[in-house]
Design a protein around this ligand. Structure first.
Ligand code: ASP
Length: 595
């Protein structure tokens, strides 16, 4: 249907007869001469219809509307001097039309393609039109490029691409499962995989050695800008490897993806930070290191304090810490309220954050009067407090102070516009995650990563002794500019250690048999040491595209209620077959039980 695409022709093609096909991007009437910009996914080419050259098709061209699909045959000609368009790749030529075929007319679109739309619902309802916009088509192309780069890199590194089941069993990745009733097994359900974790480990037992998959994963969670109920991971696993091998591999993989997507060279090695340091200094396990505003410990500054609140917290083993938002003393009342709200959500037990600001040589703070001269001097020097600064304090347990100040730090950076126009990519490994976390609500210990993660070899004794809070894991996350791009771990490959881990997590021997017999069994038959990681492809594509939401890099995303407004999914169980499956799988069982 075409001899060239719409971004292909140049002055070197002058005089050639060509055939182009695509959409009418725009049509202009200049005193009876019609100019159209013809668009395909590659770009635009101007076509001109002059009545004196070809009255019949010039007449037809008057009927063209935006988004009609047309085929134009014509001769490549140089544009008239002064009418070249430098912004267009084909801007020095035009096609003098000899033939015009209108392939399919378009109705008036529900929105214009060349304007940004703030109404996301409309965009989603007509997603197939939304995707025609240059920005979206660029995003989709970039995603394809980085996905292909990942495949090529992993293929060249000896990895096999293997698919694992979508209809499977619940997976302990920490979210809720999506369930699918099984018609052939009344009363039973499949769960969609939250991740292919167990299957990929079983592939290691199977001797595959190096596996990857561009894997769709499903998690029934509350949605945010960077979460979707179904999302894509670049999931990988390898045998006979340690943490260093996976880190090195993934640095290369991300390097290949960013090179393909943006043409940038990433550093060969990313800096590393322990989980403890990330939490203490940045108040986050995925720190954004593009700005400083570090959390500073003030135990020394208040070592001798008689200020009751600080004293009792320090005596009780807690911490007093602060951040300095440099130059932000001019914070508005509205911003201050917002920060207080955020701090309360993060666990601040009182309504307002304690602060000191220095404005016009004056210290403004309810605290300042309470501090002794020594404490004032200590705070000033430790926090590098200068004119125009505002320092926020938090006191309490080490964890809660980190969480509160970490959130306040991030929000201040946004309010202060520190990251506006930032083009920096700060990659980082966070290592030595804790293995277990204590669930305060029900008193259980839960896996921080997942139950298959290997305890740090130096901490095995602590695990034996039951000192769970102190046990580190051989687990690592890769972080970019405050986003977790992916995470993984070296796994347990011994049956006894895996059973011990389940026991710590409160999975009884009976439950272990029901839920995990396959993996415990497999570990009896010569399971190799192995480990891996999964990268969030949507998030990477979002950051490569410079977008704020993964919805902008997914062809057909769901909204924040998990709905696809175009296809109107999910649907009610109204269709006959669906109802039947549902009834069979839920009710038959009951009937059987009664019988
Ligand atoms: N299955 C893990 C996850 O989805 C990744 C891994 O451990 O490889 O986070």
């Amino acid at each position: 249907m075409r001899s060239h695409h719409c971004s292909e022709l140049r002055e070197s093609d002058l005089g050639q007869e060509v055939k182009l096909i695509g959409w009418v991007n725009s049509a202009r009437d200049h005193g009876g001469v019609i100019f159209i910009d013809l668009r395909d996914r590659e770009g635009l080419t101007q076509c001109v219809f002059r009545p004196e050259e070809n009255p019949e098709i010039a007449h037809l061209s008057h009927t063209l509307r935006e988004e009609d699909v047309v085929q134009v045959t014509g001769i490549v000609a140089k544009r008239l001097e002064g009418s070249e368009n430098e912004k267009m790749a084909t801007g020095s030529i035009e096609i003098v039309a000899r033939e015009l075929r209108i392939i399919n007319k378009a109705d008036v679109l529900p929105f214009q393609l060349d304007k940004e739309l703030s109404n996301e619902d409309i965009r989603m309802k007509y997603r197939y039109l939304d995707l025609r916009r240059p920005r979206m088509s660029k995003n989709i192309r970039q995603r394809s490029l980085i996905t292909f780069a990942a495949r090529r890199f992993l293929d060249e590194s000896g990895f096999f691409e293997i698919e694992t089941p979508i209809l499977s069993n619940p997976t302990p990745e920490g979210a809720r499962d999506f369930l699918v009733p099984s018609r052939l097994n009344p009363g039973k359900f499949y769960a969609l995989p939250q991740a292919p974790q167990q299957y990929k480990q079983l592939l290691m037992v199977a001797g595959i050695e190096k596996y990857y998959q561009i894997a769709r994963c499903f998690r029934d969670e509350d949605l945010r800008a960077d979460r979707q109920p179904e999302f894509t991971q670049i999931d990988l696993e390898a045998s006979f490897v340690g943490q260093e091998d996976i880190i090195k591999l993934v640095q290369g993989l991300l390097g290949a993806m960013f090179k393909a997507g943006l043409g940038v060279e990433l550093p060969q090695e990313f800096p590393r930070m322990t989980y403890r340091e990330a939490m203490d200094v940045y108040g986050s396990d995925k720190p954004d290191t593009r700005f400083e505003m570090r959390i500073t410990d003030l135990e020394d500054a208040f070592g001798a304090t008689e200020f009751k609140i600080f004293r009792s917290i320090l005596d009780g083993g807690g911490v007093v810490r602060a951040i300095n938002a440099k130059g932000f003393a001019g914070i508005t009342a509205g911003q201050m309220n917002r920060l207080n709200e955020i701090a309360v959500q993060a666990g601040l037990p009182v309504k307002n954050l304690a602060f000191i600001k220095l404005e016009n040589g004056e210290y403004k703070s309810p605290l300042w009067k309470i501090f002794t001269d020594d404490e004032k001097a200590n705070v000033t020097s430790k926090m590098d407090l200068a004119e125009g600064d505002i320092v926020f304090f938090a006191a309490g347990s080490r964890e809660s102070v980190s969480t509160i100040l970490g959130r306040v730090r991030s929000e201040c950076a946004v309010m202060m516009g520190l990251l506006k126009d930032s083009t920096v990519f700060n990659f980082l490994w966070v290592v030595d995650f804790p293995l277990l976390a204590h669930d305060e609500e029900n008193g259980d210990w839960v896996a921080v990563h997942h139950p298959f993660t290997r305890p740090h070899p130096e901490d095995l004794e602590l695990l034996e002794k039951g000192d769970f809070a102190k046990v580190r894991a051989v687990a690592y996350d890769v972080v970019l500019n405050g986003y977790e791009l992916g995470g993984g771990s070296i796994r347990i490959h011994e049956k006894d250690l895996q059973a011990k881990m389940f026991e710590v997590l409160g999975v009884t021997a009976e439950e272990q048999q029901i839920k995990f017999a396959h993996i415990l069994d497999a570990f009896r038959f010569g399971a190799p040491p192995h480990g891996g990681l999964a990268l969030g492809l949507d998030r990477i594509a979002m950051l490569v595209a410079g977008e704020d939401s993964i919805r902008e890099v997914i062809a057909f995303p769901k909204n924040n209620k998990g709905a696809d407004l175009m296809a109107q999914s999910p649907c009610e169980i109204g269709m006959k077959e669906l109802r039947e499956v549902y009834i069979q799988s839920t009710h038959k069982k009951k009937v059987e039980e009664k019988a």
